[in-house]
Design a protein around this ligand. Structure first.
Ligand SMILES: Nc1nc2c(c(=O)[nH]1)N[C@H]1C(S)=C(S)[C@@H](COP(=O)(O)OP(=O)(O)OC[C@H]3O[C@@H](n4cnc5c(=O)[nH]c(N)nc54)[C@H](O)[C@@H]3O)O[C@H]1N2
Ligand SMILES: Nc1nc2c(c(=O)[nH]1)N[C@H]1C(S)=C(S)[C@@H](COP(=O)(O)OP(=O)(O)OC[C@H]3O[C@@H](n4cnc5c(=O)[nH]c(N)nc54)[C@H](O)[C@@H]3O)O[C@H]1N2
Ligand code: SF4
Ligand SMILES: [Mo]
Length: 684
């Protein structure tokens, strides 16, 4: 058969949401994967890890058949069973759990393995059909989302393609060279055609900082202070657009008075930046109307992350940059799709009174923490899809303890034998995106992209949708959605949403949901309760943990402070060729990343007698991790960086870095403070 490229879409949890072209060598084999050149955001570019997808889809270690545990929980000893027997076991275990503790004792759980409309969120239909516990999906974006919503109202904003029309692009707390390469395509256009400047703000010298004109490397958790000082300079030096502030925002003399003492000197002492760095950047920003803030997640993964996001969003409101082509700020698009998801996600039969458990607090939930359980019954049965919580959730010691509980029935639907799957009673083999149909909302840009099936079924793997439907029928639901194929559900969803049909989406490859200039730049008002941008948000409307939050842009010091006992601050950002723990199994990614390393400042290393490869231990009250050090001058002194969501098996003591991370909810609405940890560091 000749080489042909089939249209597809990247299913992974990445803002780029690339439209793909997959070389299909046969009904069971692919060759190269490339970015669709016809898609104006993807623009023919994909990351290296997805370009090598053949390594993952044809990996010899893929799960091929259902398995039942024979050894200890967590030991990874299993025997093959049939799908029928496995479905019987799950149905029986769910029934037992419901009879003993009520329907909320069953917790179907998902994360971002695939982001598809049906294959990720279809598990919601199972929950709603049987009154199982629901999930607050906080692990990724809730701290950032809370700050953005407090300021702007909805998750939408200027089209990121407009970065090509900007004169100044500020990547704040993100590392797009590693985590969303397509943003760099559009930034490169502006630099080439307009001589635009790129500023990157991070806590260590990432590849994105290396690619920038100006890199600001500050202390972790101090972005709010930097934003406040910039506002101070903008107001003092005449860069504020007073007419814009009056027309579009709730700005007032009280906000201005509050900012009067947030001087560059004040912020320099907190951030570790120099006064000149702060003032120069503020003047550059204030003097540029076409200034685009591309906001990452990184600076919000702190206990003060929502406040920091809110403070940063205030900058274009002061200068009025929101109103200009190539200007404003963008985090993600989550509210532009206008999909009617009632059928696909079972919203019509959801009982709003059913308990909602916090995804990030899976450790405390499984360890019986009553507050985490919302004072309800214990969780005694779980189905996990698209998630590798044993490695990715915070406080992994309690996750491990919870997953090991003898009275917990755990089914994990997976593509590989992950750390989480090893705890399962039943492991089910999952299809990969090339083997199923779905639609993907590319939340870092404006397209819904179609991903029709490219390959035939692999071995005994089933898609998430198939499992959910088969299980629901076993458990006795007669809801018609459980008899529909994925494409039938997708077609019905698109039609109900006035977004065309599945067939049209597949033919075109994608649907551009971008809004026009006026709507995306909020020219007719912001998508908030009163149409205004909020300098003075009502945090109590955003989430329950709002105590101590003020109705002003602020820098909060409620993060884990370094101390004599815990002198280092730890930051744990993504690795370039992994996607969370996905791709930690592919040879191309492993050979590039090597092994987990603690990046430590050369001056700290010299003082402690640490050289490249020295074994060190990082620890705090939550646990300890042993790994090799890499002295570098990439971060500030006193800051340790551990890149990559490595499987715990890659660490010397089989214990990964998330054992050090707290699972307390980030104010005001939850989420995990992955980059906000104080630790000690010793030579091991
Ligand atoms: N290659 C690759 N791509 C990915 C992922 C991956 O694992 N690997 N993960 C995907 C997922 S799920 C997500 S959510 C996105 C995340 O993508 P990003 O938006 O890039 O967010 P983070 O990875 O959390 O952190 C980005 C940067 O924030 C920095 N940072 C940490 N703390 C602070 C701080 O206090 N202030 C400032 N200014 N910066 C700080 C980190 O050092 C890091 O360089 O990427 C997606 N894309
Ligand atoms: N140290 C540290 N920890 C972090 C972060 C960090 O920056 N540092 N980032 C956090 C963030 S932002 C996120 S979003 C989370 C991500 O956490 P997760 O969403 O759990 O991400 P992955 O580790 O990629 O695990 C997804 C799993 O889904 C499986 N999978 C993929 N496709 C399918 C499918 O179609 N069906 C089924 N059944 N399974 C599938 C994959 O094989 C993989 O094992 O991690 C968080 N944890
Ligand atoms: S992981 Fe991100 S950059 Fe890579 S192909 Fe998927 S969407 Fe594109
Ligand atoms: Mo994420």
């Amino acid at each position: 058969m000749g080489k042909e490229f089939w249209k597809s879409a990247c299913p992974h949890d990445c803002p780029s949401g690339c439209a793909l072209e997959v070389e299909r060598l046969s009904p069971t084999r692919i060759g190269r994967v490339r970015g669709a050149s016809g898609n104006s955001y993807t623009d023919g570019v994909v990351c290296a890890k997805v370009a090598r997808y053949a390594e993952r889809v044809h990996h010899p270690d893929r799960l091929k058949q259902p398995l039942q545990r024979v050894g200890e929980k967590g030991a990874g000893e299993f025997r093959p069973i049939t799908w029928d027997a496995a479905l019987d076991e799950i149905a029986e275990a769910f029934g037992r759990s419901v009879r003993a503790h009520g329907s909320e004792s069953v917790w179907p759980y998902h994360s971002g393995g695939t982001m598809g409309v049906v294959q990720r969120y279809g598990i919601d239909r199972l929950r709603h059909a049987f009154g199982y516990s629901r999930q607050q999906t906080t692990i990724c974006m809730t701290p950032a989302e809370s700050g953005w919503r407090a300021a702007v109202g909805k998750l939408m904003g200027p089209d990121p393609r407009e970065m090509a029309d900007s004169d100044l692009i500020v990547v704040w707390g993100g590392n797009p060279v590693s985590t969303q390469v397509n943003a760099m395509t559009h930034i490169a256009k502006a630099r080439k055609t307009r001589g635009a400047k790129l500023v990157v703000i991070d806590v260590y010298r990432t590849p994105s900082i290396e690619a920038a004109d100006i890199g600001l490397v500050l202390r972790p958790g101090t972005d709010g202070a930097l934003a406040l000082a910039i506002m101070h300079v903008l107001l003092k030096e005449g860069f504020a657009d007073r007419a814009y502030l009056a027309r579009y925002t709730d700005f007032g003399a009280d906000v201005e008075a509050h900012l009067a003492d947030k001087t560059p000197e004040w912020a320099a002492a907190l951030t570790g930046l120099s006064v000149e760095e702060i003032v120069d950047f503020a003047r550059l920003y204030g003097g540029t109307k076409r200034s685009f803030l591309r906001l990452g997640f990184g600076f919000t993964r702190s206990r003060n992350g929502s406040s920091a996001m809110h403070a940063v969003c205030c900058l274009p409101a002061i200068t009025g940059a929101w109103g200009h082509q190539g200007g404003g700020a963008f985090f993600i698009n989550w509210d532009i799709w206008r999909l009617d998801l009632r059928l696909a996600h079972g919203l019509d039969f959801m009982d709003a009174r059913t308990r909602i458990l916090d995804q990030s607090r899976i450790g405390p939930v499984l360890c019986g923490d009553l507050e985490a359980l919302k004072n309800g019954p214990p969780v005694t049965a779980m189905l996990m899809q698209n998630a590798n919580s044993a490695n990715v959730a915070p406080d992994s010691a309690s996750v491990a303890k919870g997953l090991s509980r003898e009275d917990l029935f755990l089914c994990v639907h997976e593509q590989f034998m992950t750390a989480t799957a090893k705890y399962a009673d039943i492991v089910l083999p999952a299809a990969m995106f090339l083997e199923y149909d779905d639609l993907y909302c590319a939340f870092g840009q404006t397209h819904i992209t179609a991903g029709p099936r490219v390959l035939d079924r692999y071995e005994d793997c089933r898609s998430n949708h198939e499992l959910i439907c088969q299980l629901a029928r076993r458990l006795g639901s007669d809801h018609p959605s459980f008899d529909m194929s994925a494409t039938e559900l997708l077609d019905a969803t698109l039609r109900a949403s006035n977004r065309g049909t599945w067939e049209e989406a597949v033919r075109q490859g994608w649907i551009d949901c971008g809004q026009d200039f006026a709507a995306s730049h909020f020219l007719d008002g912001f998508p908030s309760s009163d149409g205004k941008f909020h300098f003075k948000p009502d945090w109590s409307r955003v989430g329950p943990y709002h105590a101590g939050m003020t109705a002003l842009p602020v820098h909060r010091e409620n993060f884990e402070q370094a101390s004599d006992a815990l002198p280092f601050r730890l930051v744990v950002p993504p690795a370039r060729t992994f996607l969370n723990t996905t791709f930690t199994e592919t040879p191309g990614s492993i050979s590039r990343e090597g092994e987990p390393r603690a990046l430590i400042h050369k001056a700290d290393a010299d003082r402690m007698g640490i050289v490249d490869g020295t074994l060190v231990k990082l620890g705090n009250a939550r646990g300890e991790v042993r790994l090799r050090a890499r002295p570098a001058d990439t971060a500030r002194q006193g800051v340790v960086i551990v890149e990559g969501n490595w499987p715990s098996s890659a660490y010397l003591d089989q214990m990964g870095v998330n054992v050090l991370i707290g699972s307390d909810p980030v104010p005001p609405n939850g989420g995990a403070a992955f980059h906000d940890t104080a630790v000690w560091l010793r030579v091991a």
